[in-house]
Design a protein around this ligand. Structure first.
Ligand SMILES: [Zn+2]
Length: 179
């Protein structure tokens, strides 16, 4: 896959395929989005929101949640707010999210099947509680609310930043606000 991508990339650059996407690094809209890495959303999410290249900072991780108040998603949001003048944040979970129904026990079983030893698992447990780290959020609206609240109440997020939560339909792109 990667070799094919590299061949395509040479053609893309040679044929100036980048021309329609040229923009500055400063987002045109003062907007950041936290969402899921699900491949159904790759094009659907920006299209359904009317966003083009250069409009918004989009931060994507499995599930679109914060793991901790100081994880890499939160750090990216702080960069968006302070360095890129972001004034509004959308938290967008989606229907049928794989990170919703994850179970740590099943995850660990898959790891063991791929050759991860008990010793490796114990080593990882020194850094993180795997039962929480690998578990899904199970309730999508609740997870959206929890993520929105964690950002709103974060000590380093200014109170004038607007944070709103949504669930996007993974097929139609329809947004539903979670209040
Ligand atoms: Zn997802």
């Amino acid at each position: 896959m990667i070799s094919e991508i590299l061949q395509y990339n040479q053609r893309f650059v040679a044929e100036k395929g980048y021309k329609p996407y040229e923009t500055s690094g400063q987002p045109d809209m003062k907007l950041a989005i936290v969402s899921c890495m699900d491949t159904r959303l790759t094009e659907l999410l920006p299209r359904a929101l009317g966003l083009k290249n250069g409009d918004a900072k989009i931060i994507k991780v499995a599930g679109g949640t914060l793991l901790t108040p100081y994880d890499s998603v939160m750090r990216s949001l702080l960069v968006a707010i302070y360095e890129l003048d972001c004034e509004e944040i959308m938290v967008i979970h989606h229907s049928g999210c794989g990170a919703c129904d994850m179970h740590a026990s099943h995850f660990l079983q898959l790891m063991r099947e791929r050759g991860i030893s008990e010793e490796d698992i114990r080593e990882a447990e020194k850094h993180v509680d795997l039962n929480k780290y690998l578990d899904g959020f199970h309730d999508t609206p609740r997870s959206v609310r929890r993520t929105v609240d964690a950002i709103r109440q974060h000590p380093l997020v200014p109170k004038d930043v607007t944070v709103r939560g949504f669930i996007i339909d993974s097929r139609t792109g329809e947004l539903e606000e979670v209040r």
